[in-house]
Design a protein around this ligand. Sequence first.
Ligand code: C2E
Ligand code: MG
Ligand code: MG
Ligand code: MG
Length: 298
Amino acid sequence: HAETALYRAKEQGRNNYQFYTPTVHTKGIKRLQMETMLRHALERNELVVYYQPRLDARTGKLVCVEALVRWKHPQLGMIPPDDFIPLAEDTGLITRIGETVLKQACRQRQLWNRQGVPPFRVSVNLSPRQFRQMDLPEVIHNILADTGLAPEYLELEITESAAMQDVNYAILMLKVLKEMGMTIAIDDFGTGYSSLSYLKRFPIDVIKVDQSFIRGIKDDSEDAAIVQAIIVLAHSLNLDVTAEGVETSEQLEFLKNQQCNEIQGYLIGKPMSAETLRDWIVLENTLSASGSGRPLFH
Ligand code: C2E
Ligand code: MG
Ligand code: MG
Ligand code: MG
């Protein structure tokens, strides 16, 4: 199964302290230990959600924050999602993790509403397995009902490869989710193999260009050409384009010149806790109000 193979490859490719063991046998044990630890993490609420800002490339306005899960382990410290999401996906634990993240993100956005924080969206990543779950609309509906959040505040990110696994299913599922009022984004675009005719059939709003292409913009003319082509294509389909992983002002300049709609990356801000994000917003507003502005957006 290609997806599992990909996760395995990813696991092995990384110098991963949790998973990498020389024999299949010990590897199995490690995985089992890890799975048990992850179950405990869920019970003890050790999973926290960080938020990374995404800005309008022209105005610098905050349009969305991406919810990114972290595992705050009492002994091991912060464990990044790439170190436990693949295992969670394999074992099925992702369903519960995904619900936890959705719940936290919706609750947080609703809290921001009460605090008068501007009405930017919050986007949540859906794993392939979550996306394949037929009751996903119901799960989301219940979370929105419980938290009282309006669906317009929620954006869902599904990777290009997950969408392409079963195109007809994806079209139907995305249609239902979109009709509920959510914004739909295709994540890591360019790394999968979608045919352009499918892109047209997907009821989506945003394409997020994978950061691997953004990285090469300045030095790799092929990456630059690919990003340029994706932007033109997306615009011809009336979709907004977000560039992921923007780290330098040169990259930002290029993207602005190519009419890229939105940008996300360390240049703007790293993923941060909800509290830090609030301070970040206040600071940004102070900077713009004082006229010194965001130098990036002049
Ligand atoms: P993603 O959805 O493509 O998220 C973007 C990743 O790129 C995040 O890594 C983010 O911190 C990182 N990033 C953002 N800007 C920059 C930059 O300028 N430079 C670099 N080098 N990296 C940047 P993170 O938080 O470690 O998440 C990694 C992946 O884990 C995510 O990729 C997503 O696929 C998955 N993930 C995270 N949270 C969740 C979740 O709640 N559910 C699911 N299913 N997957 C999640
Ligand atoms: Mg994402
Ligand atoms: Mg991505
Ligand atoms: Mg990614």
